[in-house]
Design a protein around this ligand. Structure first.
Ligand code: UD1
Length: 417
């Protein structure tokens, strides 16, 4: 299993380009299931989660053509097997995103239940409830969701909580339904908007994406389209944190601060100097960061996917920060590992109290989930001496060529096998 070896203490400096957003690309790949015509995508990140999704779509009869850069063409004209097996779904929860499009296009779908994952139980009851409201017959047997509907019908759906993939699944299903669907309490995440823009390019009639009420007027068929995936706001935020903790000065290219307001605000509160350009962000770190408290919540509030990285930042900041996680019940697994680097953190329920220390010391630590891994990289970059991060397959799920990008900014990072 690959590990990452980091020699800490080097301020990050220079420029590096950000990749396309994983969490936008995954649902957009599934949107290809909705049409028999080719969907051409650009700015698709090279990530293990993307390869998994492409393998899953391939098993269903979708053909994939890749160009040498970051373009992909998906052709679901031969879609013949509306099934997502446990073997595929267990490695990536986002596989549940095939459920809505398969049901809408094939009238039937069999998708393995994703089950629990490290950061929380993460049920899919809202996805199922929404499809039932649209007239689907849904049974759950032997760990599989089996959904059937000759044609879905438009419905008014109000989800019990804000769910990102739930909103995306229902929005995709509604595109081919008979009549109008209204999704209330919809997720407002920019990735939902990117998916909606791709669907609109494919001929879908969607309004309100980016607000908490999305209206979709169903059409008989969707057609092919070309779409460029939005930049990854979480990758961008992660590199900004890495630059901040190391006392760096970086310019991140091919990205946008438009969806990073809360993250940029917190970094400025921590004392960073940030300049926003059209397609780039520059961060200059202060001599010592100040502690910043935060509370995660659905967009536009502070993203849960940036919580671990800010925890790492607060470990070496001046003062005390309180971090409150409100989305997932078990998303503090990085805390014990950061403490192995010398951090001072106390957990009380879903609050973590971080008391900044002067410095961290390198150690061997273990990645437990995707964003927890990112916080350990940040910890390793600022720690004195060597940090060895085990189980970095989690990182490879969501950060494209992370050691190369960090090396471009001057970090001493090496992958060891
Ligand atoms: C997506 C993101 C993930 C991010 C999360 C929250 C993708 C591929 N993943 O995950 O990176 O951390 O949003 O911003 O986009 N819930 C239910 N029942 C459901 C659905 C959700 O109880 O049917 C609960 C979840 O357990 C969680 C909360 O709702 O506590 C929010 O989850 P949700 O927004 O659905 O997360 P994902 O879409 O899985």
């Amino acid at each position: 299993m690959d590990k990452l070896l980091i020699q800490g203490g080097v301020p990050l400096k220079g420029e590096v380009a950000m990749s396309g957003a994983k969490n936008a690309a995954l649902p957009i790949l599934c949107a290809a299931l909705l049409t028999a015509e080719p969907l051409d995508l650009m700015n698709v990140p090279h990530l293990n989660d993307i390869s998994t999704m492409l393998r899953l779509l391939g098993e269903m009869g979708v053909t994939v053509r890749m160009d040498e850069a970051d373009g992909l063409s998906l052709d679901a004209s031969g879609l013949n097997n509306p099934v997502a097996s446990y073997e595929m779904v267990k490695t990536m929860r986002a596989s549940i995103l095939v459920l809505g499009p398969l049901l809408a296009r094939c009238g039937e779908a069999r998708v393995s239940l994703p089950g629990g994952c490290a950061i929380g139980a993460r049920p899919v009851d809202q996805h199922i409830k929404g499809l039932q409201a649209m007239g689907a017959e849904v049974t759950v047997e032997q760990g599989y969701v089996h959904a059937k509907a000759r044609r879905l019908k438009g419905a008014r759906i109000c989800t019990d909580m804000v769910t990102v993939t739930g909103t995306e699944n229902l929005m995709m299903a509604a595109c081919l339904a008979d009549g109008e669907t209204i999704i209330e309490n919809a997720a407002r995440e920019p990735e939902v908007v990117d998916l909606a823009n791709c669907l609109i390019a494919m001929g879908a009639q969607i309004s309100g994406a980016g607000t908490d009420v999305i209206r979709i007027r169903g059409v008989d068929r969707l057609h092919g389209a070309a779409h460029a995936v939005m930049p990854d706001r979480i990758e961008t935020g992660t590199y900004l944190c890495a630059a901040a903790v190391t006392g760096g000065d970086v310019r991140l290219l091919k990205t946008s601060a438009a969806y990073l307001d809360t993250v940029v605000d917190k970094l400025m509160d921590a004392g960073c100097d940030i300049t926003v350009e059209r397609d780039a962000i520059r961060l200059v770190a202060p001599p010592r960061l100040k502690a910043v408290s935060l509370r995660t919540a659905p967009y536009p509030a502070f993203p849960t996917d940036m919580q671990a990285q800010f925890m790492a930042l607060n470990c070496i900041a001046e003062g005390v920060a309180t971090i409150r996680e409100t989305i997932f019940e078990n998303r503090f697994m990085h805390v014990n590992e950061l403490m192995r680097l010398g951090a001072n953190i106390q957990i009380e329920g879903n609050n973590a109290v971080v008391r900044g220390v002067d410095h961290l010391e390198g150690a061997t630590v273990m990645a437990t989930d995707l964003r927890a891994s990112a916080s350990l990289v940040i910890g390793g970059l600022v720690a004195r001496g060597e940090t060895l991060i085990d189980r970095i397959y989690h990182l490879d799920r969501g950060y494209e060529r992370i050691e190369e990008k960090l090396a471009r900014l001057g970090a001493s990072v090496r992958r060891v096998r």
